[in-house]
Design a binder for this molecule. Structure first.
Ligand SMILES: *[C@@H]1O[C@H](CO)[C@@H](O)[C@H](O)[C@H]1NC(C)=O
Ligand SMILES: *[C@@H]1O[C@H](CO)[C@@H](O)[C@H](O)[C@H]1NC(C)=O
Ligand SMILES: *[C@@H]1O[C@H](CO)[C@@H](O)[C@H](O)[C@H]1NC(C)=O
Length: 548
């Protein structure tokens, strides 16, 4: 009777359920079943261990999933419900206020996560990491909280850092509201300097313009000493690709005060000379003490900074180029943030501050990395203008993980890709959805992974062996203002995982001065492409042959 039950169960159940049967029978079957049980463990040793590992990996993946819309909203509601915090909307125009800057997942500790991943234990409760700016108090500060448990938070604790060092309030990222105030002060500055700007650019102005407008770029860091908050801002022609149209006017604005009425202009740079105020520049410009600079006439038909293809192509553009096809559908499997392909499985997230990250990366059910995660991208510049020489972009501080804008089907990723929406909560009052911001696809690299033509040296061959190189790709992008990073993880059939970053978009460019040739190359008649270095930082926590 029992034997019969056992064997029919054995046949009925698929492989990954065999393990649980084994555990159950061990406890209540009597001796007649034992003969069979000797065999079962042997069968299970390989396949059950593997399938159990697969189930635990699947079970653990939600620990790494980004916060859902519901979770983001409940964290906001919870914190806004605490009277002492006095939180107001992030998008309200005041700077002197308390508001949430960012909400994102707070990862569980590794040793707790491993209990779920390696032993199938319950997952630790989900928590959020929240950055709050307290601007509306005598000593403004910026504080990070861990809020939990999700999805219905009941508590928050202050997150401290090594050495208990507080984050500098003055080093906080600049918000949309602060930019609105920057625009206001630029309106005053450019109104004072209207004639100079108009003459220099041949008809461009910051205000009251229609097709001859100016815009601006601000650079970071916003100071040279801790506690400073003053930014060099350069004016540019507001045309397609304005990043590479600096007009040679830069201004240093001190925007430290939370009352924008108190912001000041500390320096102005024009024609390679420094001035203490806009008024001083204008006065000297009018009196002839400053040489008047004049940009070459603006040519509306110049394709220089546009994305319009130029040059002649001998390839017909009215018929399709090569395309990827999956005649019988996807060969990978996506379940929310858990992905399986060939021998691979992993969980992923797109951290709002930093970007694409993977966790519990397994090959043939064996973990080879607990975490491979993008953490930071930095770009250091050289230059001759004050904005150029001070530029050091530290992009997590510009929330590069949130600038994962929609991917263009067929350009950013193949048509056959799986597209996933992302949600971020940064400088906002409600979660922001980015449609199709992440893609997953299998592709062929069009070069064999390995091959051998075994010649018989008589004009024939003994055998040929080769392997198509198919890989799984997971991709997001970050458009950090002028440039676009394309972030890829690639998973090969042979156990190789590759991280890859491609940089495109526009260069960070500044106004050309002859001395600038020491710091870059002339890329246009009045523009210098500045020498720079990109540093990309990943955290790589390998767990090959055990935990480290
Ligand atoms: C920052 O401000 C908050 C809200 O007033 C306060 O609770 C916290 O103690 C302050 N933190 C520091 C380090 O002063
Ligand atoms: C722009 O127009 C407004 C309203 O007509 C005017 O008050 C302002 O002075 C103009 N600004 C400039 C720079 O001409
Ligand atoms: C900022 O401006 C306000 C009023 O305009 C003034 O009362 C205050 O003293 C100013 N603060 C500083 C630091 O200048």
């Amino acid at each position: 009777m029992q034997d019969q039950y056992l064997s029919s169960a054995f046949l009925k159940e698929n492989q990954h359920d065999i393990c649980s049967i084994k555990i159950n029978i061990g406890s209540f079957f009597h001796n007649t079943a034992m003969k069979l049980l000797y065999i079962l463990p042997l069968l299970c040793l390989v396949s059950c261990h593997a399938s159990r590992a697969r189930d635990w990996a699947h079970h653990g993946a939600p620990m790494f999933a980004d916060l859902s819309v519901r979770e983001l909203k409940s964290v906001r509601a919870y914190l806004h419900g605490i009277p002492e915090m006095g939180l107001t909307n992030a998008r309200s125009p005041l700077l002197k206020k308390n508001s949430i800057l960012l909400i994102e997942l707070h990862l569980p500790r590794k040793h707790e996560a491993l209990k779920a991943l390696d032993h199938g234990h319950a997952r630790p409760t989900r928590q959020a990491r929240v950055i709050v700016q307290f601007g509306n108090q005598d000593k403004p500060n910026i504080t990070e909280y861990i809020v939990g448990p999700l999805p219905s938070p009941t508590s928050h604790t202050v997150k401290t850092f090594k050495g208990n060092r507080p984050s500098q309030f003055d080093s906080r990222p600049i918000t949309g509201v602060e930019y609105d105030h920057v625009i206001n002060i630029l309106k005053q500055i450019t109104t004072t300097a209207h004639k100079l700007l108009f003459e220099t650019t041949g008809g461009f102005s910051f205000t009251n313009c229609s097709d001859r407008c100016l815009t601006f770029s601000d650079i970071a860091p916003r100071g040279l000493d801790p506690g400073e908050r003053r930014s060099w801002i350069m004016l540019q022609k507001f045309v397609e690709g304005y990043f590479i149209h600096p007009i040679g006017f830069e201004v240093l604005i001190n925007h430290q005060d939370l009352d924008p009425e108190n912001w000041t202009v500390e320096k102005v740079w024009y024609n390679s000379m420094y001035f203490d105020s806009v008024e001083e520049l204008v006065e000297k410009y009018e009196s002839g003490e400053v040489e008047k600079m004049k940009l070459p006439e603006h040519d509306d038909n110049d394709l220089y900074s546009t994305y319009i293809p130029r040059g002649r192509s001998n390839t017909p553009t009215d018929i399709h180029g090569p395309k990827l096809v999956e005649p019988q559908g996807h060969r990978y499997h996506v379940d929310r943030n858990f992905i399986e392909y060939a021998g691979w499985s992993f969980a992923y997230r797109v951290r709002s501050s930093a970007g694409l990250q993977i966790f519990d990366l397994r090959y043939n059910d064996e973990r080879i990395a607990y975490e491979i995660s993008l953490q930071e991208a930095i770009a250091f510049y050289a230059g001759d203008t004050p904005a150029a020489m001070q530029t050091k972009y530290i992009d997590a501080g510009w929330a590069m993980g949130t600038s994962t804008y929609e991917l263009a089907v067929g350009i950013d990723c193949p048509e056959i890709a799986t597209y996933v929406d992302l949600y971020h909560y940064y400088d906002t009052d409600k979660p922001v959805r980015q449609r199709n911001a992440l893609c997953i696809f299998e592709m062929n690299t069009a070069i064999p992974l390995r091959r051998h033509f075994n010649s018989d040296f008589q004009g024939g061959y003994n055998f040929f062996g080769g392997l198509e190189n198919n890989v799984l790709v997971m991709r997001t992008t970050s458009t950090v203002y002028n440039y676009d990073y394309i972030w890829d993880f690639l998973f090969y059939q042979n156990g190789v995982v590759e991280v890859k970053v491609s940089a495109t978009g526009y260069i960070h460019a500044t106004f050309f001065t002859p001395n600038g040739l020491h710091y870059g190359s002339k890329v246009y008649n009045y523009v210098l492409g500045n020498l720079h270095t990109h540093l990309i930082h990943y955290k790589v926590d390998l767990d090959i042959a055990g935990e480290y």
